[in-house]
Design a protein around this ligand. Structure first.
Ligand code: ADP
Ligand code: TYD
Length: 203
């Protein structure tokens, strides 16, 4: 099973990915926890180009190519072999982030994103958990981390509001695969909802 987490910056995806992987492992499953951009050595190199530096460092079109290059390497070298072995992959962001960030928020590039995805990736998660919450609170949480990886947070609050709408629209576009989770609660409360959805699907 291939599970992805999606949502705006600072919404709690990394926290929930970690919690879920831990609970599934305690339940006896073999889980590989990974993330995008990154997840393989080559994709982690590309990640640094994308998340550091000035917001105008790359155009939306160049970002589509870089995120897709990173995803292709991650898929070939990490995700595909794990799924072939019948194990669970939990991935913090996947192709939906490109659909929303580059396809619908940085510009109107969805057709380009879809065409490149079809040619180079062609894989979708079985289940996508979209962590939804107030963008201003999420932005505060994200910037408080002071991670040096704030290139997308630097686009500002309006950008995060637009992203939220983009993820909610995506959930309507793919209702079988996507489940929206209210992220504006404690990490344990959010995690309990997430686990319930995942255990239902696994059953
Ligand atoms: P994302 O991966 O979506 O950017 P993180 O999981 O890294 O989000 O969380 C962003 C920040 O908010 C981190 O400092 C994390 O500890 C904190 N955080 C995560 N979940 C919650 C929550 N439910 N309530 C309050 N703070 C949270
Ligand atoms: P991530 O480390 O998940 O950021 P955060 O913890 O703030 O949510 O991802 C880094 C940034 O890359 C994030 O701002 C979203 C952006 N991104 C895209 O724009 N397109 C993509 O396809 C992916 C995977 C991420």
């Amino acid at each position: 099973m291939f599970i992805s987490f999606e949502g705006i910056d600072g919404s709690g995806k990394s926290t929930q990915s970690r919690l879920l992987a831990g609970k599934l492992e305690a339940d006896g499953h073999t889980v590989v926890l990974t993330r995008e951009p990154g997840g393989s050595p080559g994709a982690e190199d590309i990640r640094r180009l994308l998340v550091e530096g000035e917001p105008d460092r790359w155009s939306a079109e160049t970002e589509i190519l870089l995120f897709t290059a990173a995803r292709r390497d991650h898929l070939e070298r990490r995700i595909a072999p794990v799924l072939k072995g019948g194990k669970i992959v939990v991935c913090d962001r996947f192709a939906d982030s490109t659909r929303v960030y580059q396809g619908a928020t940085r510009g109107e590039n969805r057709a380009m994103v879809d065409s490149l995805h079809a040619q180079m990736i062609g894989t979708e998660p079985d289940l996508t958990l979209i962590i939804d919450m107030d963008p201003d609170t999420a932005l505060e949480r994200g910037l408080a981390r002071d991670s040096g990886e704030d290139r997308f947070e630097e686009f500002g609050a309006d950008f995060q509001h637009k992203l939220r709408g983009g993820f909610l629209a995506l959930a309507e576009e793919y209702p079988d695969r996507c489940v929206v989770i209210d992220g504006g609660r404690s990490a344990d409360e959010v995690g309990a909802d997430v686990l319930k959805v995942v255990l239902d699907r696994l059953a």
